[in-house]
Ligand binder design. Structure first.
Ligand code: IMP
Length: 432
């Protein structure tokens, strides 16, 4: 048995869903450990697309157990809606293959109201959040006034907590944002109804993981967002409110670091970003548009157009260090087909000096000038490649430069959106 972590190395949307879906064949459990329904993991199986926001991506596979760890913030209405949608697609889903940690914090209607009101008030300086209440929910967790899944099992305490929180939140909403107040009874009634349905799913996920490991099962930890959206290590404040880095698995799923054997960093063959914030290799020209269109770069959660740019290996080197990556999975290589020349950013120039790590100050990051290496592109359709030798020489050179500069081997290369459109070089589960 071995346990593998899959994380994003850029600003999210690296195509982690497909990598996780592929690796799920080799695991028994799939576990989410941070983020919430700001994530949207797109899976394409037999040409049919499914987007999971909260339910771990292993749900499309029979006989796999899917766990939502304590580090995830859960909007129960979204979870129930997702369960319903999956059932409608004929996917078997119930407490036997899905558990929700009793310690996971719940997104409440006032979290969403505050998220939206704050973004509106910030105007052009907004973060560009997904508006799902993620930040305000994590704030309440850190502020020790959060409501957790376990509270759904004690309705008196749930009622008290909602009333007490709303005294503060309503003051903030009405006095500061001039927004409408919220009604505690309406929220309690809604959550009480959902509690009835969700109760059988609520469990001690840390214990479940421990028992699974002790009985020789393999676990896949499914990261959401990406390293440069990490609240500590990303382009703060244009980040999410959780830690998408691999170390966060331990706190967010309740598992010790000695249980993690292989960390896969997912790298899209170019860079994208949704929302605001600096983006040194952004392409605001027809090449950016070409990538955006060919890569169908629209947010899986909000439908927003993603900003596109060249691959930035300064960011990826940061991610190698921050996550302790053992291998890289390159996704969407096929999107680059048809470009005559490709560029890879290998360092930044800042105040006349070359630097190879992202500066913390946003003004400094905005001043960074990417230093590019130029490589020849390829015209061929590469979606039928299944072995590295099936790829054109230019595509192989592009991959070789990534390995040379990061010092990390490749495990999986995506050449199309389908599960089968993949070149598998190394099985991360065998590496342990
Ligand atoms: P929040 O997570 O909704 O608070 O949004 C904060 C920032 O993270 C915004 O720039 C979002 O666009 C970005 N973000 C959050 N989740 C994702 C994701 O899954 N993929 C890409 N960007 C995301």
């Amino acid at each position: 048995m071995s346990n593998v972590v899959v994380v994003g190395t850029q600003w999210g949307d690296e195509g982690k869903g497909k990598v996780i879906d592929l690796l799920t064949d080799r695991t028994d459990y799939v576990v989410r450990f941070q983020g919430g329904n700001n994530a949207g993991h797109t899976l394409v199986v037999n040409g049919e697309q499914t987007i999971c926001h909260l339910v771990p991506s292993g749900i499309l596979h029979k006989d796999k157990k899917n766990l939502i760890g304590n580090g995830v913030v859960v909007d129960p209405a979204v979870l129930l809606e997702e369960i319903d949608q999956l059932k409608k697609k004929g996917i078997a889903i119930g407490p036997e293959n899905l558990s929700l940690s009793e310690k996971a914090h719940l997104i409440m209607p006032y979290h969403k109201a505050i998220d939206l009101a704050r973004e509106k008030a910030k105007g052009k300086d907004k973060i560009g959040t997904t508006g799902r209440g993620i930040g305000p929910c994590y704030e309440d967790k850190a502020g020790r006034i959060g409501i957790r899944a376990i509270d759904l099992l004690d309705l008196d305490s749930l009622k008290e907590k909602i009333e007490s929180n709303l005294r503060e939140k309503n003051f903030y909403l009405t006095e500061f944002f001039k927004a409408a107040p919220m009604e505690p009874k309406a929220i309690f009634d809604e959550y009480k109804n959902m509690a009835g349905i969700l109760q059988p799913y609520i469990s001690n996920v840390s214990v479940e993981i421990d028992q699974a490991i002790n009985s020789g099962k393999s676990i896949l930890f499914e990261g959401a967002q990406g390293t440069h959206l990490d609240v500590d290590h990303g382009t703060y404040p244009f980040v999410t409110s959780s830690n998408p880095v691999s170390g966060s698995v331990c706190a967010g799923a309740g598992v010790g670091p000695d249980k993690l054997h292989h960390i896969v960093g997912v790298v899209k063959a170019y860079t994208t970003r949704v929302g605001s914030g600096p983006f040194p290799t952004e392409l605001e020209d027809e090449t950016g548009e070409y990538i955006q269109e060919r890569g169908a770069e629209f947010g899986a959660t909000t439908g927003r157009r993603r900003r596109c740019g060249w691959l930035d290996l300064v960011m990826i080197r940061d991610s190698v260090r921050l996550n302790g990556l053992n291998s890289l999975s390159i996704t969407k290589l096929d999107v680059l087909s048809g470009l005559k020349k490709l560029k890879i950013c290998v360092e930044y120039e800042l105040e006349g000096k070359r630097i190879d790590a992202t500066p913390a100050g946003l003004k400094r990051l905005a001043q960074c000038i990417p230093i590019y290496e130029e490589l020849p592109g390829w015209d061929d359709d590469i979606s039928s490649a299944r072995r590295i030798d099936d790829l054109p020489t230019e595509a192989r050179s592009y991959l070789t430069r990534i390995v040379d500069i990061t010092g990390i081997p490749l495990s999986i290369i995506g050449v199309g959106s389908g599960r089968e459109e993949t070149v598998l070089l190394e099985n991360p589960f065998q590496d342990a």
